[in-house]
Design a protein around this ligand. Sequence first.
Ligand code: ASP
Length: 338
Amino acid sequence: MTDYSIHDPEIGSLKNLAIVSTGGTIEMLSDGGGLDIYDSHNPLPIQGNVVPSSVNVEHIRFCSLPSPAITPEIMARLILKLEEVALSGRYHGIVVTHGTDTLEESAFLADIYLRSTVPVVFTAAMRSPSEMGVDGPGNIRGALLTASKHEVHELGVTVVLNDEIHSASRVTKTYTSNVSSFKSPGYGPLGFVDQDRIMLHRKPILRIQLPECKLKLDQRVGLVRTAAGLGAREIRYCIDCGDRALVVEALGRGNVPPDVADAIQYAVEKGTIVCITSRCYIGRVLGVYNYPGGGADLEKRGAILAGDMQGHKLRLLLMASLGIGLNIKNIRELLERF
Ligand code: ASP
C-alpha cells in the first residue's frame, strides 16, 4: 500500500501546503499587445492576505505555459510530479495553478491516476491582474483553504474557482470569459468556499480510476466530433493515421449519420477501439435507436457506448488505458459504470 501520510510534524498548528504552478492567465500580464507570461516581473499572486494565516505555503514552479501549450505528455509529467510531492510526506495538501483552457483535462487525468490521501486542488484565473475584477488571488486563497481540509481528498481531485468546489471528473469550462465559467453540468458543485470556511455538501460515488500503475500515455487516440453530414472522412483519416482508439462525439443519445456508422465499422474491423460519447453536454449515451447509425446499431458494430463521459476527458482515459497496457475488455469494464 502506498504511504501518503505526513511525516513532518505540523509547523505549530499551520498546514503545510505546496503550490505547484504551471502557467495560465493567473501568471499573465498585458504589455499592451495582449496577455502573456512575463516570468521576471510576474510571479504567482501569493502575497499579502492571499495565503490564509492557518497555512504555510511552498511554491514549486513546474512550468510557465499558457494551457493550450500543455500537451498530454506534459500533463502526465505534471501528474507524476504531483505524486512525488504527495509521497514526500511534507505537505497536508497540494494546490495546482493552471491555465483555464485545458485545466479540466489535467485535473481529470490526475483524478483517474492519483491515489493521494492529501487533497489535490486545481485552480486558475479567468482574469489577469491587468484586467478589472482579477480573480486569481481569491481563487488561490479558496484553493488553499480547500486543500488544507483533509477530508477533501475523499472527493478525488477537485477544482476550485469562484468559491465553488467541483469534481475534476465533472467540471468543465462553460464560458469563454466569465469568472463563473467552471461548472459541473447536470451535477453541480460538491461544496463552496464561504469566506474562511469550506462547506462540503456532496461526495461523488462514481469515480473512474486506473488500476495501480505507473502513468504512461499512448498518443494514438483520436477524437472526432460529428455534425449533420460530418464525421466519416475524419474517422477514416484517424484510422489510416494509425490510431489505436477513437472517441466519437455522436449526436444526442449516441447516434451518428449512416456513413459515419460505416466508418466506425471500418475502424472496428481495423482493430481500433471506438468509444461513443455525445456532443450534448448533459446526459448518457445509450443504445436506444436501432436505425443505421443509432446507438444500438453502433454497439452491434462493435463500438463501446461511454455513458456520460466528455469526449476530451475520455480521450485521456483511453490514452492512459492503452499506455499502461489495458485491453478492450478492461476498457469496457472501466466504462461500464459510467
Ligand atoms: N488562455 C489561458 C490559458 O489557458 C486562459 C486562462 O488561463 O484562463 O492559459
